[in-house]
Design a binder for this molecule. Structure first.
Ligand SMILES: [Zn+2]
Length: 230
């Protein structure tokens, strides 16, 4: 089973202490893992799958600010006690190691490596939020759709992803009908095939050329985050 890069990078004694104080949990697809504004009660070390982090400026509206995979943790912001947070929702089914927020804060005090890796991960999330701000402001919905689809395919290491138009609309911060129009146009053009909530990458080269340059930037940031945790 793929493991969490931060857990893997910890010295064995520090890792054992953290493992002793947590438990493995299954992440259901689209499961709400953290509600916006609610206190962070647990920290999830993602072992497989991918978790979308959302900013929710108003009721029923959301936009993705970052993605956490096996390189990172969900809820790390709890180290900043009292900090407000957005929501986190599992994009695909996966697993994570769940540690109570108080136990995580204790572990941070006694594990310099965990503190360092958590700090690096928070920096990685900040970079993602900055890149997303650029992407949302400057790139078209089609470019963003293609960029995000490629990221999902990479996260699953598959050319077929189970991704509904509703969830994609939440990620991109647009109406579902807009996602539908973009997907239909890409399908007519032979780039993708959609069927019952599944999207198949038919022509990766075509989708890569239609995606914005953020795809390369996100890929580079993720590679660097995984290398730093190694
Ligand atoms: Zn972009």
């Amino acid at each position: 089973m793929p493991d969490n890069a931060i857990l893997q990078a910890l010295p064995s004694a520090e890792r054992s202490r953290l493992l002793d104080r947590g438990r493995e949990v299954a992440l259901g697809q689209y499961e709400l893992l953290q509600a916006a504004g609610a206190p962070v009660s647990r920290v999830l070390f993602v072992r497989s799958g991918a978790v979308s982090l959302f900013s929710e400026p108003s009721e029923g509206r959301s936009i993705e600010t970052g993605v956490v995979g096996r390189e990172g943790i969900v809820g790390g912001v709890s180290v900043l006690e009292g900090a407000l947070n957005g929501s986190a929702r599992s994009q695909f089914a996966g697993t994570a190691w769940s540690v109570d927020a108080a136990a995580f804060r204790d572990a941070l005090r006694t594990s310099p490596m965990l503190a360092k890796l958590t700090q690096r991960h928070l920096h990685f999330l900040l970079l993602q939020a900055q890149q997303n701000a650029v992407c949302h402001a400057w790139h078209t919905v089609e470019e963003r759709f293609c960029r995000r689809l490629l990221q999902s395919c990479d996260a699953l290491n598959s050319e077929v992803v189970n991704l509904t138009q509703g969830f994609t609309a939440q990620i991109l911060g647009v109406q579902r009908t807009t996602v539908s129009m973009v997907a239909n146009a890409l399908e007519r053009d032979g780039g993708i095939r959609t069927l019952r909530g599944k999207i198949t990458l038919v022509d990766r080269a075509k989708i890569e050329s239609a995606a914005c340059t953020c795809y390369t930037a996100f890929k580079r940031q993720l590679k660097s985050a995984l290398e730093l945790a190694a």
